[in-house]
Design a protein around this ligand. Structure first.
Ligand code: FPP
Ligand code: ZN
Length: 343
């Protein structure tokens, strides 16, 4: 049920209360992804403009307690390291302006060590290859200010992502895998983040020497089939206003992020019905406990709370902090880090 406005205060107390539910099943069931949960909750609070609702020092100490001696992070204290948690840790430290609490070079070396000869990334020393991990690695290195050689081979990373592009303009988890909006966010987001230097080859005609000087490219979105992909993404909107992740699937609030962030990066956010999506997200709020669910009537959780709020921010809902569609973090955090705005 919804009363058709964003219940900011209720969502703030819902997020503050998550930490106190230590007896509950959900708390222990979610232990392996606790650090992701902290990123989802903290980012929601910053987008809601309630930055002080959690104790920053406590959060920073918790993140540091999840750190391994090689600079990687686990999902909770004593848990195995993985790129998914390392990205969340770096995002939290950036948001709280505490990146100086870690050895950035060491964490960047860990991330880069997971790059494979074909340019793809594994999530950890054992795990499978997935474009989710390409995104985690490139976003993490960018936030650390280390998106450059010798840490990583950007050109190969881009080649691998490009090899996951499908006939419909979308992207899958590996070459040949079905297009899925979550993976599309990872691929388009990564292509929007990569910054690299290229040199015009000597044999190409140049009018003067400056044309041959190293050039800085802000992204590799030139590889995306913009209109074909944006059409596929816009078709994800169903009659009830919600977005699904693939054809024939149910609508889900988290796709308000995975789909909308890509449309925003591609400058095609106006291709979906804004009003209907805003209402769908607001209808998925839990008016008793706070938080947002995957769809109206379901139980809320912190994952869908973030992606509902971040979706509303992209849609220009009043009173929210602007979110960067490439990083799913407040724009002002990226500006403080000196990361250029999306061109
Ligand atoms: C859908 O998952 C979502 C994805 C596959 C994308 C996940 C993206 C990351 C882990 C990168 C980090 C993200 C951010 C925002 C910083 P699902 O398992 O819910 O898919 P389903 O709907 O098909 O079940
Ligand atoms: Zn979902």
């Amino acid at each position: 049920m919804s009363d058709n406005r964003l219940l900011t205060d209720l969502h703030v107390s819902y997020i503050q209360g998550l930490d106190k539910k230590k007896e509950s099943f959900e708390y222990w069931a979610g232990e392996h992804l606790r650090l992701n949960g902290v990123y989802w909750g903290l980012t929601s609070l910053h987008l809601l403009k309630h930055e002080s609702a959690l104790d920053s020092n406590e959060v920073i100490e918790y993140v540091l307690a999840c750190r391994h001696s090689n600079g990687a992070f686990g999902g909770h204290t004593g848990h195995d390291a993985h790129l998914l948690y390392t990205l969340s840790a770096v995002q939290i430290l950036c948001t709280l302006d505490a990146l100086d609490r870690i050895d950035r070079d060491q964490t960047a070396k860990y991330v880069a060590s997971l790059q494979q000869p074909d340019g793809s990334f594994a999530g950890d020393e054992y795990s499978e290859i997935d474009t989710r991990f390409s995104y985690c690695a490139l976003s993490c290195l960018s936030l650390l200010g280390k998106l450059q050689a010798p840490f990583v081979d950007i050109s190969k990373a881009v080649t691998f992502i490009h090899s996951c592009k499908n006939f419909d303009g979308g992207y899958g988890s590996v070459p040949g895998a079905e297009s899925h909006s979550g993976q599309i966010f990872c691929c388009v987001g990564a292509l929007a983040i990569v910054v690299f230097i290229f040199i015009v080859p000597k044999h190409e005609k140049t009018t003067n020497d400056t044309a041959r000087a190293p050039q800085l490219s802000q992204n590799r979105l030139d590889l995306v089939e913009t209109d074909r992909l944006a059409w596929w993404l816009a078709e994800r909107q169903l009659k009830n206003g919600g977005l699904n992740g693939r054809p024939e699937k149910l609508e889900d609030v988290c796709y308000s992020w995975w789909v909308l962030s890509c449309l925003s990066i591609l400058d095609r956010i106006h291709w979906i019905n804004r009003e209907k999506l805003v209402q769908f997200i607001l209808n998925a709020q839990d008016t008793d406990t706070g938080g947002i669910a995957d769809r109206p009537g379901d139980v809320s959780d912190v994952f869908h709370t973030l992606f509902g709020i971040a979706g509303l921010s992209l849609l220009g809902y009043p009173g929210l902090e602007p979110v960067d569609p490439r990083y799913c973090m407040p724009v002002k955090v990226l500006q403080r880090l000196g990361i250029p705005d999306q061109p």
